[in-house]
Design a protein around this ligand. Structure first.
Ligand code: HEM
Ligand code: HEM
Length: 369
């Protein structure tokens, strides 16, 4: 399931770039990347990490299938927004998403309560992220039924989803993933996770509310930006430049952090009306999501493909996936920077980066026991 969804996500990112070039509605492009691509993969990855964080057995069959429900919901949204499916499908997608997310959150809650001792603090980030997704889906569902409130509810939906659902999942996971990638333990991880969560939640709440209360804009940007900056500085202190730059999975993960910081700066700018908000959507995809997902998959796919103790095959697959990680990161950040400045040709650099990763992925997947 994890390998299938990893591949589907890369295909969905490719689809988003094709839709972008074909001149499809920007909302269709955004949902190809975020709802069809990232959302189901996040569910599958959480399903893999929650048992680790709570020291419990692997997820059961029903929980394993929830990502497929999210994939269906994502496909329905893209279908409607691209004009291929009737409008009522959007309401159905929101309901499917809400039910599946509610079930998943209940499962995470139960695992946390049953954990031997205190669950790892990363679990609270996942529960908070799912809480944001539920609020975001409720917001758009109510907005669809109540046109007068559609505009502010749409803003709440998109900020809760990007910074809340994807952002909190990513930061919570990166704290644990970076030391694993570098093979160097970081004693500060649990403390950093505990300390940062209330600030991050405050940042998401202020940003989601800034659509109706514009004076919250600088507060939201400062809180979110502060958490990301704190994380980046912590990594540099613990691991150092050289180690990070030398690993083809660590570079994209660090690059995703830097990219998110840039997106938050763009958020401050568009919140004050200094640039179009839409540019932040492509920037979020290019500067943050692409390096994040390719970096995380470079580390995780070999573990998912060859589970159990470390093996030469797993090492070989990782080596193939991290090759050119630095170049891919440069393509994503460069292309994303151009898109954020309104230069459409930046998409070519993104396409090159995604293609490079797809080739690395294929060369890694042909390895057999
Ligand atoms: C079942 C799931 C979802 C449904 C039913 C849904 C529905 C919608 C709808 C109806 C809009 C307004 C489109 C418009 O005004 O043209 C919208 C906008 C948006 N949504 Fe979603 N969405 C879902 C999931 C997500 C997810 C998971 C994310 C990101 C993580 C996301 C991010 C956005 C963004 C960024 C926009 C603004 C796009 C733009 O105008 O360029 N959505 N969504
Ligand atoms: C901390 C960061 C952020 C802050 C403080 C922020 C703030 C705001 C505010 C106040 C508005 C309303 C502007 C208005 O009504 O004129 C807005 C709109 C918008 N924001 Fe953000 N935002 C942030 C991050 C993001 C991110 C990450 C994305 C994209 C994924 C995004 C996409 C948008 C979009 C598409 C609009 C609507 C523009 C439109 O309706 O055409 N924002 N933002």
């Amino acid at each position: 399931m994890l390998i299938y969804l990893g591949c589907c996500t890369v295909l969905a990112f490719g689809l988003a770039l094709v839709l972008m070039q074909a001149g499809a509605a920007p909302a269709a492009v955004a949902h190809a990347a975020f709802a069809l691509g990232a959302m189901p993969l996040i569910f599958a990855a959480m399903g893999h990490f929650v048992p680790v964080l709570t020291r419990s057995s692997g997820a059961g069959k029903a929980v394993h299938r929830l990502p497929l429900a999210m994939q269906l919901a994502g496909a329905m949204v893209v279908g409607v927004l691209a004009g291929a499916l009737p409008g009522w499908t959007l309401h159905a997608a929101a309901v499917v998403g809400l039910v599946a997310t509610g079930l998943f959150l209940a499962w995470q809650w139960q695992r946390g309560n049953k954990a031997l001792g205190q669950p790892h603090p990363g679990l609270a980030w996942y529960k908070a992220a799912l809480g944001c997704l539920i609020l975001a889906l409720l917001a758009i569902f109510v907005g669809l039924l109540w046109p007068a409130a559609y505009a502010p509810l749409r803003l709440a939906h998109l900020h809760l989803n990007t910074l809340g659902f994807i952002g909190l999942t990513a930061i919570g996971t990166l704290h644990v993933l970076m030391p694993t990638v570098l093979g160097q333990p970081d004693a500060q991880v649990a403390q950093r996770l505990r300390r940062q969560l209330p600030w991050a939640l405050g940042g998401v709440a202020a940003t989601a509310a800034a659509g109706v209360l514009p004076w919250l804009t600088p507060l939201g940007a400062l809180l979110m930006g502060g958490v990301v900056l704190h994380t980046l500085v912590g990594w540099l202190k613990t691991h150092g430049w050289r180690r990070i730059l030398g690993d083809g999975a660590a570079v994209p993960l660090f690059g995703a952090g830097v990219g998110l910081l840039a997106v938050i700066a763009a958020g401050m700018a568009h919140g004050f009306g200094l640039m179009p908000g839409r540019l932040a959507v492509s920037a979020f995809f290019a500067l943050f999501l692409l390096p994040l997902v390719t970096g995380a998959l470079s580390q995780l796919l070999p573990v998912w493909r060859f589970p159990g103790p470390m093996s030469p095959l797993r090492e070989q697959m990782r080596a193939r996936l991290v090759r050119l990680g630095q170049l891919r990161t440069a393509l994503f950040l460069g292309g994303g920077g151009l898109l954020a400045m309104g230069v459409g040709a930046g998409a070519v650099l993104l396409a090159a980066g995604v293609l490079l990763f797809a080739v690395a992925l294929a060369s890694g997947l042909v390895l057999r026991r």
